[in-house]
Write a protein that binds this ligand. Structure first.
Ligand code: 2B7
Length: 646
């Protein structure tokens, strides 16, 4: 099939090669980057095609397999990519896998196009960035295969492998490691993403098989986003069974699930056509206003709010509310906003979600009196606490201001220059290390804030209690950019905030407490990449010679072996148990000097994963925490954190 070469085929195939070459020249333009994130992007592109097929109603299972040679395959049980010739004379397979942006031409009218991924590119981009790719299609009783090599060049013709009664597509490819360097597929990253898709595609089975390690997982949720909410709340204490509403308005499909817990946060996640809208948008706004209105109307009708009371604020209503919103919106109505297109702009979505939520929630509250009273009671309490806190704050603003200034002047050693774009703030565990840091620093741009007591756990405290805590208060005032909803990263007095603790369990604990605080109440600081963890060395290997002391530092056991060789016969090893054992010169040289230090930049790869990790670690369910720590021993340096110099 397709062996006959005519002029137009020839021409288009030349064009094809030029097209894919552009991808190889500038991979970043198509997949964002060529690091681990970019590598995973290849899988998302292919998986999204499989998901489209499931959403179109064909097949109910997607299997991702990771092979020992670094290749990956994705298999669906849909209709199979058409294998005949396209109107243009080129085979459809070649069009899908070797022509840039061919995707759009094939998407069925009427369906929900998932403009997936960072840049919405397709299978051909993956092919362009692969050493080889094999597409196997089962369709019309036949199993056929076509192979491409070296960035999407067809190797021979499509081959018929045999007869089959099955249907579906399998795409197997090896990412080109001259492009992706040493990046490797991460089981947890892929597994988390597949799990999320499984929640959204009610009933669809998502399987991940890792032949490198022998691990495999399978996700299937017949209750869809209801199970999603349950999963998000696994480490929280729920107040009632999760609630699920479904409905549609004209062309749009709406699903909502929620559950109140005894927490004080409000994790709300939303999706449109199974793509996360990480910056929310009109559907979230509609959800919030419908929810607030229903609760207020109920509270008034049951006299839980008196006539003279003002309405409950949305903030009070959502304290402790976990929710998932999933919408299906046809392409013709889709509008995204914001720099990363993570915000839904479709106006109709707001009214649609708002009226669905208002109607169904009002009904639910009437039908479930006990739960309704509990929920409204919680909202009223949140309102009262907030009001009380506001009054206290207002009355004592001046007093507190003075007090903080006093505390600050006693604790913070400021930098001499006032350069917000350069200055660094070191949060240092303990007074003695704080002393060494103060002496060792570059006083022009480095400020030192020693932390004395235990830092309060932000996950288990109400915001109002948290900001009364002295350590937290001093941090908020030192950073000088506000806190919570009032936080503005542009006002930050520091370009880098560096957590410097001992490399032991207590140190890790302080790191986590501080990171939890930054993540929950100064998130833009983290998202902006301004939060770091200092890495003090674990050993010093040294020897005295006629020229004085010769020494090398080591950060792990591998370093240690190298250091021993470098110092040679007669070496001594000092093992540092804490920062306090280093003098100020050593601390500067190893941990604070931008020329020589290593910092871990704290990154939030994914809100949901991080939220879950924090909840499991910091919440009040001890078994979950133990289980998790057992599985992830090195928890301070999880996938979320990456090493950088600078
Ligand atoms: C826009 C392009 C990529 N395509 C089809 C049909 C089914 C189909 C695909 C696919 C990933 C890994 C296994 C449509 C759509 C091309 O046109 S792609 N299934 N699965 C997939 O890529 N999985 C299709 C209409 C009628 N028959 C088949």
């Amino acid at each position: 099939m397709g062996a006959k070469v005519n002029k137009s085929y020839d021409e288009s195939s030349i064009q094809v090669l030029e097209g894919l070459d552009a991808v190889r020249k500038r991979p970043g333009m198509y997949i964002g980057s060529t690091d681990s994130r970019g590598l995973h992007h290849l899988i998302w592109e292919i998986v999204d095609n499989a998901i489209d097929e499931v959403m179109a109603g064909f097949g109910n299972r997607v299997v991702v397999t990771l092979y020992k040679d670094g290749s990956v395959s994705v298999q669906d049980e849909g209709r199979g990519v058409p294998t005949g010739k396209h109107a243009s004379g080129v085979s459809t397979l070649d069009l899908v896998y070797t022509v840039l942006h061919a995707g759009g031409k094939f998407s069925d009218e009427g369906g929900y196009k998932t403009s997936s991924g960072l840049h919405g590119v397709g299978s051909s981009v993956v092919n362009a960035l692969s050493k080889w790719m094999e597409v196997t299609v089962c369709r019309d009783g036949k199993m056929v295969r076509k192979r491409y090599e070296n960035g999407g060049k067809a190797v021979g013709d499509m081959v018929v492998l045999g007869n089959t009664h099955k249907t579906g597509t399998t795409v197997h490819f090896l990412p080109d490691h001259t492009i992706f360097k040493d990046a490797v597929f991460s089981f947890s990253t892929i597994s988390e993403r597949l799990q999320e898709s499984a929640f959204l595609l009610k009933g669809c089975e998502m399987v991940l098989i890792d032949q490198r390690s022998g691990k495999d997982v399978s996700f299937q949720y017949n209750d869809g986003i209801l199970s999603f909410v349950e999963y998000m709340n696994e480490s929280r204490e729920a107040m009632h069974k999760p609630v699920y509403f479904v409905g549609d308005s004209g062309k749009m499909g709406i699903e909502v699930a929620f559950q109140y817990t005894d927490n004080y946060d409000e994790p709300i996640v939303s999706f449109v056509n199974n793509i996360r809208t990480k910056d929310g948008g009109t559907h979230e706004t509609g959800f919030k206003s419908g929810f607030t209105r229903a609760i207020n109307d109920y509270a008034r009708s049951k006299k839980l709010l008196k006539d003279k009371d003002p309405n409950l604020d949305g903030k009070d209503v959502r304290e402790g509310l976990t929710a998932v919103i999933s919408m299906k919106i046809p392409e013709s109505l889709l509008q995204f906003e914001g720099q990363t297109k993570g915000k839904l702009g479709t106006i109709e979505a707001k009214t649609a979600v708002e009226s669905l939520v208002y109607e169904k929630l009002s009904y639910y509250l009437e039908e479930n009196k006990d739960i309704a009273l509990n929920i409204v009671g919680k909202c009223v309490k949140a309102f009262q606490v907030r009001e009380a806190a506001r009054k206290v704050r207002e009355e004592s603003r001046k007093k507190v201001g003075n007090k903080i200034e006093k505390i600050l002047s006693g604790k913070l050693t400021p930098a001499q220059a006032k350069n917000k774009n350069l200055n660094e703030l070191f949060l240092v565990e303990g007074d003695s290390a704080g002393g060494s840091a103060k002496q060792g620093r570059d006083r022009k741009f480095q400020a030192i804030l020693p932390l004395r007591g235990k830092v309060i756990n932000s996950e288990r405290s109400r915001f109002e209690e948290l900001i009364k805590n002295e350590e937290i208060n001093v941090i908020i005032n030192t950073v000088g950019a506000g806190v919570g909803n009032d936080f503005n990263v542009k006002d930050s007095n520091y370009a880098k905030i560096i957590i410097m603790t001992d490399a032991d369990t207590d140190g890790s604990h302080i790191q986590i407490l501080l990171l939890t605080f930054f993540y929950k109440f100064m998130r833009p600081l983290v998202e902006d990449g301004r939060v770091f963890i200092a890495c003090p060395p674990l050993y010093k290997v040294y020897k005295y010679t006629s020229k004085g002391e010769k020494h090398v530092y080591a950060w792990d056991d591998e370093d240690l072996e190298k250091a021993k060789k470098e110092i040679g016969q007669g070496y001594n090893i000092q093992r540092y148990k804490g920062l306090g054992e280093m003098n100020s010169d050593q601390l500067w040289e190893t941990t604070m000097n931008p020329e020589t230090r290593t910092l871990l930049q704290v990154k939030v790869e994914d809100f949901l994963t991080t939220d879950r990790r924090i909840n499991v670690l910091m919440g009040n369910k001890a078994e979950l925490r133990r289980e998790w720590i057992e599985q992830n021993v090195n928890f301070t340096l999880e996938d979320n954190f990456k090493g950088v110099n600078g």
